[in-house]
Write a protein that binds this ligand. Structure first.
Ligand code: DU
Length: 217
């Protein structure tokens, strides 16, 4: 099927030399994935959760988006509380996680040094978001985790001027091939935000509840 074929092509991508090196440097063990990470979830998803980039020891180690680190558990616990996942943890590819109505991936699918992709790496990788959203076919809302994913999604959807990012910010694409798609801002569920209390579980739940509403429009 189309999504499986796409996942295989994403995993084979070598478009960015810096990232080809970075993903193996972060996870040198032969047992680690250390390849680009395809999206994961429900093929009928209407809610698409978009991260910044693959985590060096999360997805880059396990091979599944938002899997195997603390951020993954924070996000998937919230997806579970919101009814979008069957379990509250995301630890490894055989852990039985299933999403319902949701999909998750990142704007950049390799782990960039300092978790900072270059603009060129971002734009190069966004081709995969296009293919993914097209292959899924029912996505109505992109939940953008952090300002980088928000800016990437706005650029990708052709939104000008770029709308201001914030937790709970909403922008419906008004024209072009992505017309009608909603962008929904969410503070990134990484340790910097969750450990400091800038992003609380209830704030995350509120955005995901809103995403479900926008997905059901
Ligand atoms: O074997 P399968 O039902 O085609 O699922 C493949 C893969 O996708 C599995 O890892 C679960 C995941 N998945 C999901 O998370 N949510 C769905 O609704 C269907 C499949």
């Amino acid at each position: 099927r189309r999504l499986a074929d796409l996942a295989a092509r994403i995993a084979d991508c070598e478009a960015c030399p810096r990232l080809v090196a970075a993903r193996r440097e972060a996870e040198p063990a032969a047992t680690s994935w250390a390849r680009p990470v395809p999206g994961f979830g429900d093929p009928d998803a209407t809610v698409h959760v978009l991260g910044l980039a693959t985590a060096p020891h999360g997805g880059n180690r396990t091979g599944r988006a938002f899997t195997g680190n603390r951020t993954a558990d924070v996000l998937v616990a919230a997806l579970h509380r919101t009814g979008l996942a069957n379990q509250p943890t995301s630890r490894h590819v055989d852990d039985g996680l299933r999403l319902h109505g949701a999909w998750m991936s990142s704007a950049v699918r390799c782990p960039p040094p300092d978790h900072r992709p270059t603009p060129q790496e971002r734009d190069t990788c966004l081709r995969w978001l296009s293919e993914e959203v097209d292959a899924l076919g029912r996505v109505r809302v992109l939940v953008c985790l952090g300002g980088f994913a928000w800016d990437a999604a706005a650029t990708w959807a052709g939104v000008r001027p770029r709308p201001r990012f914030g937790h709970g910010a909403e922008h419906v694409v008004a024209a072009g091939p992505r017309e009608g798609l909603a962008l929904l801002g969410c503070y990134h569920p990484g340790p910097q935000n969750t450990a400091t209390g800038r992003l609380t579980p209830s704030m995350l739940d509120a955005v995901l509840h809103r995403a479900r509403e926008l997905g059901a429009r």
